[in-house]
Design a protein around this ligand. Sequence first.
Ligand code: ZN
Length: 197
Amino acid sequence: MNEVYTGVKFDTIFVEKRRIKNKKANELIFWAKKFSDAGLMPSHSKGSYGNLSFKTRNGFIITKAGKRADELKIEDLVNVVDCDLNNKKVYCIGLFVPSSETFLHWMIYKERKNIKAIFHGHDKIVLENAEKLNLLITEKEQSYGTLELCYEVLKILGKSKYLVMRNHGFISLGESMDEAGMLAIEVHEKAKNFSLK
Ligand SMILES: [Zn+2]
């Protein structure tokens, strides 16, 4: 989490430049607000740390890059429909550039077909207590938004639904947004209790 945010590390190609339409969009906005209130998506000068997505029929819908989680609106959500990892390109429907961790979400959805929601946040108390809590932690620290970070996560992904990216943040997975969201809050509460001991 020491790294300064300097924007996304890919090119965005808009297949369609318009506001997205999806019945579940409000659910994502609900969780962004909840995470923000719980301190799981702390703000920085260009937005908030962390990014949330849910799977759709044509890809996934993810929060835009550089936006405060507590001010998120439907137009800030981007529908990613394809990724070209080799050429670092993201194809999407929306009005804005998608989250810097778009490749990470893309790869996890490819790898874990039952996963319908991926929530990434920065939880200081969890990072500090990750080892004591016996959480899965990536071996090496990698720069945000890189393929190296994706591969580091894939190494430990397995079947688990919660993992920690070393010195960075958490990834909470669910077969629904509620599952991913509640899991992140649950681990956060556990870490809080632990740090009080
Ligand atoms: Zn992050």
